[in-house]
Design a protein around this ligand. Structure first.
Ligand SMILES: [Cu+2]
Length: 225
C-alpha cells in the first residue's frame, strides 16, 4: 500500500515540474488596480481537452455573486437563490438568452452556456441586480481580485495568446484582435494589462440603501409556497 502512495506522489510531482506553468496577470487603469477583469489564455498549439465544467452563480442579499464569471463554452451553470424572496433571472444577450421566472431555492433549471460571447444577467424585480459572464473556448481564465491580480495555474507548458476583458472596458474589439503572446515553461510568467473603463453606470448598479426594507416584505414577491 505504501508503495502505491509513494508511486502516485512521484507521478504527481513529475507532472508538476514537466507541465504545470503559471500565468500571473495584473490589470490596472489610470486610477489603479482593476477588479473583475478577466485574464484568459488560449493555447496556440493543440486546443485544450474538452471538459464538462460546472459553475454556480449565487443570489445572496439581492445581489448576484460573483459579479463577473469567465466560463468555458459548454459549462452548466446553476443559479441557486439563497434569499428568502423570489428573483426573476433573465438575459437578453445574444450569446445566451433565457429566463428563469420568479423562483426560490434550487428551483431554477441549470443553464448551459454553449456559445462564446458576453452575457449580462438581470433580475426583473431588482433592477440593480446584474452580473456579467464571458464565455470562452478555453479553461485558462481567471477574474482579477481587489488588487487587480489573477493567477492561472496548472497550465501545460506552451505558447498562448493572452487577452484581458472587463464588462466596462473601452476598446474591447481592439483588445480581442491584439493578444499578447506568452510562452510558458515551468516558471511563472507575469503579465500586466493597462485598460480604460467606461463610466461605472454603464456596467454596474448601486444597490439602494433601502433595498432590504422595501423589497423583503413585498407580498407578491415573498416566499409563499
Ligand atoms: Cu431579484
Amino acid at each position: 500500500m505504501w508503495r502505491i502512495v509513494l508511486a502516485s506522489l512521484v507521478v504527481g510531482f513529475s507532472t508538476l515540474t514537466a507541465d504545470a506553468a503559471e500565468l500571473r496577470g495584473t490589470v490596472s487603469n489610470e486610477q489603479g488596480a482593476v477588479e473583475n477583469a478577466v485574464i484568459y489564455a488560449i493555447p496556440l498549439g493543440s486546443p485544450p481537452a474538452a471538459s464538462a465544467a460546472e459553475a454556480i452563480i449565487d443570489q445572496v442579499d439581492k445581489l448576484y455573486t460573483p459579479f463577473v464569471s469567465a466560463l468555458r463554452a459548454g459549462t452548466t451553470v446553476k443559479f441557486p437563490n439563497k434569499d428568502n424572496i423570489k428573483h426573476h433571472l433573465y438575459s437578453v444577450s445574444k450569446a445566451k438568452s433565457f429566463e428563469r421566472p420568479l423562483y426560490t431555492g434550487q428551483k431554477a433549471a441549470p443553464v448551459v452556456f454553449d456559445k462564446q460571447g458576453e452575457v449580462t444577467l438581470g433580475c426583473n424585480i431588482h433592477d440593480w441586480m446584474i452580473a456579467h459572464i464571458l464565455v470562452l473556448d478555453t479553461p485558462y481564465t481567471k477574474v482579477t481580485d481587489k488588487t487587480g491580480q489573477a493567477v492561472i495555474s496548472d497550465m501545460p507548458a506552451g505558447t498562448y495568446a493572452v487577452r484581458v476583458w472587463h464588462p466596462g472596458m473601452k476598446g474591447k474589439k481592439k483588445a480581442a484582435k491584439n493578444p499578447r503572446t506568452v510562452t510558458l515553461a515551468a516558471a511563472a510568467v507575469e503579465i500586466d494589462f493597462k485598460i480604460r473603463l467606461r463610466p461605472k453606470s454603464r456596467w454596474w448598479r448601486e444597490k439602494p440603501a433601502d433595498a432590504d426594507k422595501n423589497y423583503a416584505d413585498d407580498e407578491r414577491n415573498s416566499t409563499g409556497n
